[in-house]
Write a protein that binds this ligand. Sequence first.
Ligand code: PEP
Length: 277
Amino acid sequence: MGAALGVRLAGIKAAPLVRPQPRGAQVAPRKLVAGNWKMHGLSADIAEIEAIAAASRRFAGVDVALCVPAILIERASRAVPGFPIGGQDVHHSDEGAHTGCTSARMLLDAGAALTIVGHSERRDSQRESDSEVKAKAEAALACGLGVILCVGERLELRDSGAAVSTVLGQLDGSLPDRSNAEAELAIAYEPVWAIGTGKVPTASEIAEMHAAIRDRLTQRYGRQGEQVRILYGGSVKPSNAGEIFAVPNVDGALVGGASLKAADFLPIVAAAADHSG
Ligand code: PEP
């Protein structure tokens, strides 16, 4: 895991998303700040994507990406060549009778460099299981797309002390088997109760969870697990980003609402740059 993206399917090649450096005592990994536009964005909003892409170039030490609605991917990726545009979901099959779904090759063909899988809004509303999320991640990685795989507990599980065991269970069920993917895997820890609510776990709660995820990744992938970035997601804002990025094992953020406007998103990218080695 962790090498630059690249794919050789039908001559289509994904744009580079992220080029993490080896994790080591002296070298901090590059942070990744990815926006999730959810079901927001029309062609008129391409100008906002252009503004974000242009300003992101100022932060050379941070990887930045935007995951937009599938129908905007092609226009967005043409508008900002070289800037990673992603999808928000992918089907696990290459093609077939799956009305309304989008395959990894279709995302790639439209210009995507990555995709989110397993977002809690899909796990909830589409009843996506861990095994489906795993199949989606494997399909996307096999195509050369980067993958941001989301996990996170509901509030009642945090309140009952089962947050870590819940998230580790999700990882056990949804982490892709392939450990030699050319495309990059990142994990987004997103407590369900923090998404879009303005509530954020404490720094020590984030630290505990990210350390547990890191342990699981290294158990699963050996030393390659050290290179899988772990993002935090859930009500990240310019006002709290610096504190979150200072937490050990926080290698970036998945940002929803605050990614829609350059004026909100860029200060978060700047905070990541401030906390990059
Ligand atoms: C998300 O949807 O992944 C997310 C983290 O949303 P928000 O930043 O709005 O809480």
